[in-house]
Design a protein around this ligand. Sequence first.
Ligand code: SF4
Length: 256
Amino acid sequence: MILPLQKGILYGPINSRRLGKSLGINLMPCGYKLCSFNCVYCHYGLTDVLDLNVNKHIHDLPNTDVVLDEIEQGMKSSLKFDYLTFSGNGEPTLHPHFREILTAVAVLRNRYRPDVRIALLSNSSGITHEEVRMSIDKIDLPIFKLDAGSEKRFKQINRPAQGVSLEKVFESLKSIKGIYIQTVLMSGNPSNVSKQDLDNYFEKIATIEPVEVQIYSLDRPVPNENIKRVVPTQLKQIAATGLKKTGVKITAYYRK
Ligand code: SF4
């Protein structure tokens, strides 16, 4: 099942298992998916434009003033939400003014809704840029994707743009403290739940030392019949094994 792309900059609020009521911020184009990954399980379907450098598509990205104006209107509205979440039609940190936008959003949040938290759902490719890494301390809940513990599996699952490697992503992830990791686990082809895959993955988690790891599987049908859902009992076992091997809290999320 392919979900429709977001049509504007703000979307929701949507009910999220992890974030409660979340007002989404889409910094990518409205008409297509622009991402540095082309994940086999992406609910938006295949990535239309696979690129780490979005400068060629700058005219399709919302400009900073328009983004901030929409967010200010959302803050002043009667909408109820617990989180303002950077996510949307691709990788939010690829926006060339991500740092500037984030800084201004934090100011607006403090002015209008000091109880609202700022979250980021990132595929981790943007933090290879120092400017993005330096912005992370403005985010209350920075969540980064890590679906694989080896370069081979990373390429099979996330199918990244040229110039993105697990090695670079991993080097960046382990240099930032206070982050959360999210991981989609799947069986089938490709799979990331073999013993070797999990051992490689846990090794990376132990080195990154995130605050928490959130694991989940394919709770909705995805547009790829070769990959299969990991059932909740197995997810819970993986979480327990991971805690023992890494010392990091690992929470399994699943639909009941
Ligand atoms: S990083 Fe997110 S938006 Fe990009 S392809 Fe993967 S799941 Fe889809």
